[in-house]
Design a protein around this ligand. Structure first.
Ligand SMILES: Cc1cc2nc3c(=O)[nH]c(=O)nc-3n(C[C@H](O)[C@H](O)[C@H](O)COP(=O)(O)OP(=O)(O)OC[C@H]3O[C@@H](n4cnc5c(N)ncnc54)[C@H](O)[C@@H]3O)c2cc1C
Ligand SMILES: NC(=O)c1ccc[n+]([C@@H]2O[C@H](COP(=O)([O-])OP(=O)(O)OC[C@H]3O[C@@H](n4cnc5c(N)ncnc54)[C@H](OP(=O)(O)O)[C@@H]3O)[C@@H](O)[C@H]2O)c1
Length: 272
């Protein structure tokens, strides 16, 4: 007789890197051949309510039913050329349903991976060669990792500027890889910023929220890309309040939302 697990689970956790206790990079390999996807798209991960939760998780009220498959969307961070696994960059929400269970899955443990990738947060509607300003808070960096890992190899003239906001320097996942990429690819500028420098006094980089850096003109100053919709499209991913605030800064400069049939120069992926 089949158990709920055997009918739901179709993938294995084949890689895990702990950035810190609340942040992980997870690699998931499906039993079947991996679906095709475009950089910027997301996939669904799931676990049954019966699974263990990490000890630091808050109490669940009410507890999830043991046979309920808890599913959430995660942006894919790996290159779309990679066919063996998909990589995700996940933060632990101690009050959440899925992430306390995801963080407790052991290396080699089984889980559900949705059968396809979805989403419109891709470069499909950006003119070839146009500069890209890629803005993220927290794990909102994930789709940009996929874009860069897939495209930077061949796209050597398009300008990419990444602006990444995190609380502390130890929350700047992928920092080493992005710094290395920026060193070898002059068309990439990586600008990380931390927002709680008082608790991280040894950090020597930029501080403050992303919108403050944008208003100071840092993208043009360091990346050579003006905040001009004729020259660049802007991607915004992560915290919905950050997205709202940055859109308010961009609108008077002539940027418009890319939405449904309405083509525009601001592309958005809200995580909640
Ligand atoms: C299209 C899409 C792509 C996403 N991609 C990612 C991703 O790549 N990595 C990732 O960690 N999450 C991502 N998320 C969020 C993810 O789907 C879950 O909501 C998150 O993991 C929390 O799930 P949970 O069941 O533990 O908590 P829930 O019970 O669902 O709690 C949700 C609450 O947690 C907070 N929250 C949710 N996600 C985040 C986050 N990433 N950073 C900070 N606070 C958050 C918000 O306050 C939200 O209201 C994505 C969401 C969408 C819609
Ligand atoms: N206990 C810990 O030390 C710890 C550490 C990391 C994460 N967590 C948990 O993990 C979850 C996710 O945390 P996270 O840090 O990845 O995500 P987050 O809370 O969304 O913060 C990520 C970055 O976005 C910034 N931000 C928040 N609102 C913004 C806005 N309106 N405009 C611009 N920037 C904004 C934050 O700045 P601000 O600093 O100004 O908010 C921070 O730099 C939370 O549930 C958190 O409790 C806990």
């Amino acid at each position: 007789m089949s158990t709920p697990e055997s009918t739901s689970y179709n993938a294995v956790l084949m890689g895990r890197e702990e950035i810190n206790a609340q942040l992980q990079i997870m690699r998931v390999q499906p039993d079947a051949p991996l679906f095709d996807f475009k950089p910027g798209q997301f996939a669904v991960l799931g676990l049954l309510g019966r699974e263990a939760r990490v000890p630091e998780a808050d109490d669940e009220e009410p507890p999830a039913g043991p046979d309920k498959l808890i599913k959430r969307a995660y942006s894919i961070a790996s290159s779309s050329v990679e066919k063996h696994y998909v990589e995700f960059y996940v933060t632990l929400i101690t009050s959440g349903q899925l992430t306390p269970r995801l963080f407790a899955v052991p290396y080699g443990g089984r889980l559900f991976l949705g059968p396809k990738a979805s989403g419109m947060f891709t470069l499909d509607r950006v003119a070839p060669g146009k500069a890209l300003i890629l803005i993220a808070t927290g794990t909102g960096l994930a789709p940009y990792m996929s874009m860069l890992r897939t495209m930077l190899v061949s796209d050597t003239s398009r300008r990419f500027v990444i602006l990444h906001g995190a609380r502390y320097s130890w929350d700047l996942g992928y920092r080493g890889e992005l710094e290395s990429l920026a060193r070898i690819r002059p068309n990439l500028t990586y600008i990380p910023s931390i927002t709680r420098p008082d608790e991280d006094p040894h950090f020597r980089g930029h501080t403050g929220r992303i919108q403050a850096l944008l208003e100071k003109g840092i993208v043009d100053l360091l990346g050579g890309v003006p905040l001009d919709p004729a020259q660049a499209d802007v991607f915004l991913c992560g915290n919905p309040d950050m997205i709202w605030t940055v859109k308010e800064i961009l609108a008077p400069r002539g940027f418009t939302s890319d939405h449904g049939r309405q083509a525009g120069t601001i592309h958005v992926e809200e995580y909640w």
